[in-house]
Design a protein around this ligand. Sequence first.
Ligand code: C5P
Length: 315
Amino acid sequence: MKRSCSIQAPAKINLHLQVGDRRADGFHDLESIVLSLAFGDTLRFELDEAGAGTPDGGITMIGAPAGACGPIPADQNSIARALALFKARTGFDKPLRICLYKRIPLGGGLGGGSSDAASTLLALDALAGTRLSREVLASMAASLGSDVPFFLTGGAAWVRGRGEVIEPLPMPGPYWILLVNPGFPSGTGEAFDSLDAFRSASQEPKDGGKGAPRGDLLRALAGSPDSWPYRNDFLPVFLQTGARERREAYRRMLADLAALGAAFQGLSGAGSTCFGVFTQKGAAAAAVHGLAERWMFARVTFFLARSAHAVVQYD
Ligand code: C5P
C-alpha cells in the first residue's frame, strides 16, 4: 500500500448559469456550462500508522486566502465529510494526516469546497487501493454536494439536474481567465433564497425565462467571447437587491474587467467571484496588476482539461 499522495483540487467557473424553478426536494434545476481552471487547492494525504499525528480526520489548512490557518473543525469541512463517507462506504479505517494548501477563496462561487471533497474521494480511492467504479464515486460525490460530481472529471461540461448530470464539452480557447473576488463570501443557500424572492417580487418568470436554446449556447463556445450569449441568473439579483456596498462591488468588478479589455465578463456560481475572459495573455497579465490593488483577490489563470485520476501523485 502507498503511504502518501498529493492531489490538485482545481477551481471552476460557470460561464453560463441558468436556474430553473425550486423543485419539491428544495433544490433548483440548473443548466450550466462549467469549466475547471488551472488554479486551485492542493491536498496531501499521509497514512499515520503510529496514529501520532493530528486526531483522525484532523485537517491542517495552510495558506488560506482569508488568513485562517491551522486546524479546522471536522464538521465544517468538506474534506472531513468526504473522508467520513469514504470510511462508511469502504470500511477504510487507517489514521491519516491531511494537509490542505488553500488557495481558492472561501464562499467565492469557484467550487473550492466541492473540489476538495471530490479530490479527497479520488485520493483516498488511490491510497486505499479500493478502485471504486465511476458510478459509485459519482453517487458518493452527489451526496456530498451539488457541485461535487463535476470535479470527478473536470474539464468543460454541460451540467444539468441539481448539478449531478454531466456531459463533457469541447474545451474553448485558448483564453486567459482573470478572477476577481471582492473580499466577502456569498452563501449558496442564501443566494438561491434571494433569487426566489427576487423572482416572486418582480414580474420575472419563475424559471428565469428560457433564454437561448441549448444548441445555440453550445455552438457559441467555439465562437468569439465578444458575442457569447451567456448569463448568470444570480447576477441581476446581486446587482439589484441586498446591501448597497455589495451591489456596488459587483457592478464595479464587472466594469473594471470590461474597462481592462475582457472580451466577456460574468459572475461565477452563486457569487462572489467575477471573471473576465481575455483573448490576449498580455492584456490579462496587465489587467491583474490594477485589479490586485483594488480587490482582495485577483488572479490570471486558464481553462484546464484534466482527467482527475491521472493527477494523484505518490511520493
Ligand atoms: O448541494 P449544496 O450543498 O451545494 O447546496 C447548498 C444549498 O444550495 C442547498 O441546500 C439548496 O438550498 C441550494 N441549492 C439549490 N439548487 C441547487 C444547488 C443548491 O437550491 N441545484
